[in-house]
Design a protein around this ligand. Sequence first.
Ligand code: FMN
Length: 210
Amino acid sequence: MTSQSGDRASVADRARYDIGAMTEGDVYKLLSCAVQPRPIAWVSTVSADGTRNLAPFSFFTVASRNPATLVISIGERIGSPGEPKDTLVNVRETGNFVVNIPAADTVEAVTASFATVEPDVDEFTLSGATPIPSHSVSAPSVLESLISLECELLREIDLGTDTLVLGTVTTVTSRPGLLSESLHVDTLEHPFLGRLAGPFYTTSMNRVAQ
Ligand SMILES: Cc1cc2nc3c(=O)[nH]c(=O)nc-3n(C[C@H](O)[C@H](O)[C@H](O)COP(=O)(O)O)c2cc1C
């Protein structure tokens, strides 16, 4: 560690990136590098005509503790600028979604659900994840996930290329034995999956105690 005023040479040597002068692709890469590891929302939805959808989103966090609110950032449909992803279409149609928290051992299924396919393709079948009925929303939950947070759409915020989707959590389910009576979880026994930049993931097995 350097002193609080910093080391002169290292301050001058710090690389600088002016966002306004960069391409959209490079800004995305820079943000993905800067903000990591990120949690993963494995979002399940259903369309008005009953087709199930599953997709991972790592631009995701808790937006408020009270009322319990989550936020995910959904970009444009890959390969179709200006068009919404199926997840957003379904959230708009039904007003709900489920944020499933993936376990480390489901990394292959999470990656498989990333595919941009036609809206009528069931991404549960595609990824091998098992759909189970939710309690308070029409979207299914994922059996293999550690925790499923059932959400009602609260608000959508348009932010340029991306849309922030805010959801009020209505019901939470978890794997049997995951949470203790005092609502603690042993993340070594039940490893969570996180997203790093590029093709990389991480897990809560790397946790550091302080
Ligand atoms: C680990 C991971 C994290 C991702 N995070 C995001 C994200 O935060 N926002 C986004 O728009 N797309 C993200 N993607 C890409 C979407 O998952 C992909 O476009 C999605 O599967 C589209 O599905 P849909 O059209 O069925 O909604 C991510 C992909 C992976 C593999």
